[in-house]
Design a protein around this ligand. Structure first.
Ligand SMILES: [Fe+2]
Length: 316
């Protein structure tokens, strides 16, 4: 299981601020059976120098890899083929909260709802929620306790970036360096405005001229700005992969759109877009459970196959 959108690297953007927080997010990922993590720190052209960004990313990645190699409390036995029990518990709890919210159209029943600058997420009140005092040892996950036949592994992390759209992006020669390590998968964050023809042309150039594999970040978050659906429809006719945030499946406001989008047959990849273990947690398992219940196991299976294919072969 792959998380294609995370802000899990420490101290590089508005995601994890230190290695302790990264450990907590990693533990959440592992408890849910995530085996592959794409680290996608924000990249804003013109705001940061390119070399500074790459230097920071390299340092952060090295620190995480070192921690994974050395810290026995992050090493886990996981069974990649199935979601672990602990994740199911989290799913049930999150779904119950979500269903309650749907029924009442109010936040009264939620244990706690936190508003961030661009998303609303639920936090707290979930059984099995991981917490460590000062980033210390993490509790033994259910997966390790229950799956004696599990495969010893640590999550594989690859660096990439969430590249915010900029004019003439289609011609920018920095893009290949911002792709997933060892591949040509590029996570592009589109502007939160009505999309224009020139934006479309840039995306098209990235795909057709630069020959990169485009994944559009959290597509559910742009739709409200697309009063005119012309460019929107044209963009999704391009050979690209929409990425959806798992959290969007837990919220009444966005769930209907996402399920409809999936039913329309788009080849979607899931990401948690995790920033913080409480405020914007790693929540892939909960989102997957909604898909499983509403659309069936086959949709998840196809999503996983696509994910494996892109992880291994994008650009090769
Ligand atoms: Fe993000």
């Amino acid at each position: 299981m792959t998380d294609f959108h995370t802000h899990i690297l420490p101290g590089i953007d508005d995601g994890s601020q230190n290695l302790e927080e990264t450990r907590r997010l990693l533990a959440q990922e592992l408890q849910q059976g995530v085996t592959h993590i794409l680290a996608t720190p924000h990249f804003y052209a013109g705001r940061d120098t390119e070399e500074h960004f790459f230097r920071k990313r390299e340092r952060a990645l090295a620190a995480v890899r070192e921690a994974l190699a050395a810290d026995k409390d992050i090493r886990r036995e996981v069974t990649p083929s199935s979601d672990p029990c602990s994740a199911e518990m989290r799913v049930e709890a999150e779904q119950k909260m979500s269903a309650d919210a749907d029924a009442n159209h109010t936040d009264k029943t939620r244990s706690r709802v936190l508003h961030t600058n661009d998303e609303t997420v639920q936090a707290g009140g979930l059984p099995g929620r991981l917490e460590t005092a000062g980033g210390g040892n993490l509790p033994e996950p259910e997966t390790t306790k229950s799956s004696g036949a599990g495969k010893k592994t640590v999550p594989e992390i690859r660096a990439a970036a969430e590249v915010y759209y900029f004019p003439h992006m289609g011609e920018a020669d920095i893009l290949p360096r911002l792709c997933m390590e060892g591949g040509n998968l590029l996570l592009v964050e589109m502007p939160f405005v009505q999309w224009t023809e020139s934006m479309y042309r840039d995306v098209e150039k990235i795909i057709r001229k630069q020959k990169l594999t485009v994944m559009l970040a959290h597509v559910e978050r742009y739709r409200e700005f697309q009063k005119d659906k012309g460019v929107w429809n044209a963009v999704f006719d391009l050979p690209l992969y929409p990425q959806i945030n798992a959290g969007s499946l837990l919220r009444f406001r966005s769930r209907g759109f996402v399920l409809k989008f999936l039913k329309a047959g788009h080849k979607v990849l899931l990401g948690s877009d995790c920033h913080h273990s409480e405020y914007r947690p790693a929540n892939l398992a909960a989102g997957r459970e909604v898909i499983r219940k509403k659309l069936g196991e086959e949709v998840l299976r196809e999503m996983d196959l696509l994910g494996e294919e892109l992880w291994e072969h994008a650009g090769k």
